[in-house]
Design a protein. Sequence first.
Length: 639
Amino acid sequence: MMASVAALSLTAGFVAGRNSYKTPEENDRVLPNGLPRSCCDAPKKDLTLEQQELYTKLQRIVGKNNIIQGGEENAQTSKFLKGARLGHGTALAIVQPTKLTQVEAIVQAVVDAGCLVLVQGSNTGLTGGSVPRETDDGRPTVVISMKHFDTAFPIDDGKRMVCLAGVGLASLKRLVSENFPDRESHSILGSTFLNPTTAAGVAFGSGGTQCRKGPAWTERALYLKVVQDKYGKNIVKIVNRLGIEGFDEKEGEFESEMRPNKGILHQLDQYITVVKGEHDNAMKKSNKSYGKEPAHDIHYKENLCKMDNQVSRYNADTKGCECNRSEGKVLILASVHDTFEAPVKDKTYWLSFSDLDTALRFRSEVCLDNPQDVPVSIEYMDRDTFDVIDRAGRVMGNAIKVLGTASPMVSKLWNIKLWVEGLNVRGASTFMDSVFYWLNPVLPSVLPRKIMDMGRAKDHHVCITVGDFDGSLDRFESRFSNFQVKNPGSVDVYECTTAMEKASVSSFRFIAAPAFRTYCVGAGLQGVSVDYALPKNHGEEPQLPSTNMPTKRLRYSHFACNVVHEDLAYEQGVDTHEAKMELKRTVDHVCKGKLPAEHGHGTEYHAPKNTQKRWQKMDPLNVMNPGIGGLSSKYKYED
């Protein structure tokens, strides 16, 4: 039975849904995967001669097996042209290079033809920033898929990993655990089973489940950018900040036409061939770093523990080198990421609190008492989240619990899910959710019975994993014991003692988003989703207007960093867009929070002026992923 559950769950997917083929009833309501956000009235220009010849030129660069004709969406192109939650568009071509030197040549050819560059990893983004869209001046787009660059190798004896742009989080996690069992990879997210890429985490802002490590961030990367010289010639520049011996071409920017088939890209292409051919030996070898640029946010733990009125992290943050939160305005080729010492042992607890205030005090007094004792992860959910996951998430939850978040089977079946949703069949976009909603009561609960009883008895729940780092586990348990004495009866505790119980708790929390969509489809409701960061000394839910209240309000968060996800279900006929905008205004102006906190601005959010200026400086011609964050989609950002 579990095999059937696994197959069905992966068809559902993490964000479930790509809604291009809808019944009339479906078009009357908004579902939590959003609506297509392309500019339908954008001008349709005839292709220039250079643009007509571009496909042939790109084919010569990558070979006929690594390029797909663009045009309108079909079963072959759907996974590139449609967003995981929202957005879809068209492309002149979809190119899948196999060498880094090819990427440089592709970008040069695309911009010289007056076209746009859109880079993709696994295309699992949630805000529309990783799929093509129509521009106001009608420039066609070429999608560059980086999935062939799925190679990683260690440096500094496994203390750091060099990840090419196509390396997925699940792949990296397996690679580190198999070759360096006493260490852990950096980014371990709820969506790890979808194998989103490390480069996308750096560019769009990753999640915050790892309290001791922080979101994806690095000062050590290799990337391309496009500028123009004083004669009006397009120049592809290479920025090398990797800081690795053996790949030590002088750090800085290099103009591509000065270095044909030479330099850092050529060196890496040759080395990658060796790594792929001698995988085991390559893992035992280790280049060394030079320089002191950090490969993760080294101040993150200290920042978490300062209970002030600032947010821990948000997508408009402008700190760090260009590649961080660049949202496609530069093209990341490779990045260096720290690995981390694994705890000697760890414990996982499910905690149910009588009220949110007590849970917030537990966070500050027990979990974030000091930077040395920060837990591995702390995840929160409210009662509506608990109920909706149990009502609509058992198919997916049971499958992930059994297969694991890093299972290659899950990633492979995800591609099947994309294919199914790309079928031009009436009602296909909601069919599987309807099946899951119907099948849900037949399956067992994801959580053990004791935790289910706790979840129904109280309204606020925390899943926490605490590792032992030089006595930190004992110190946590001491603080927690004192907290329980001071707050008698306010918290119920269940310690997970088996690997399956730990997997149950983890999978239950991270199926909230797809379970919400399944719930909306099954219950005939509309749904919208928002994510935001609240100040560290804040945590109460933002007040909603008394009119048009949601039937369900799911609030679940990365509790340590106070990044909140809200899914709101409404009856048919409610103006969900206005409800969503009202919540955003409240978070921004009343709560003094930040939107968005992760997943990037994409086409969903307007970025602050300083963030927009940062992107414009990276990409002065506006040829790289134009139209994100409220920026103009025209050439050189013309009005």
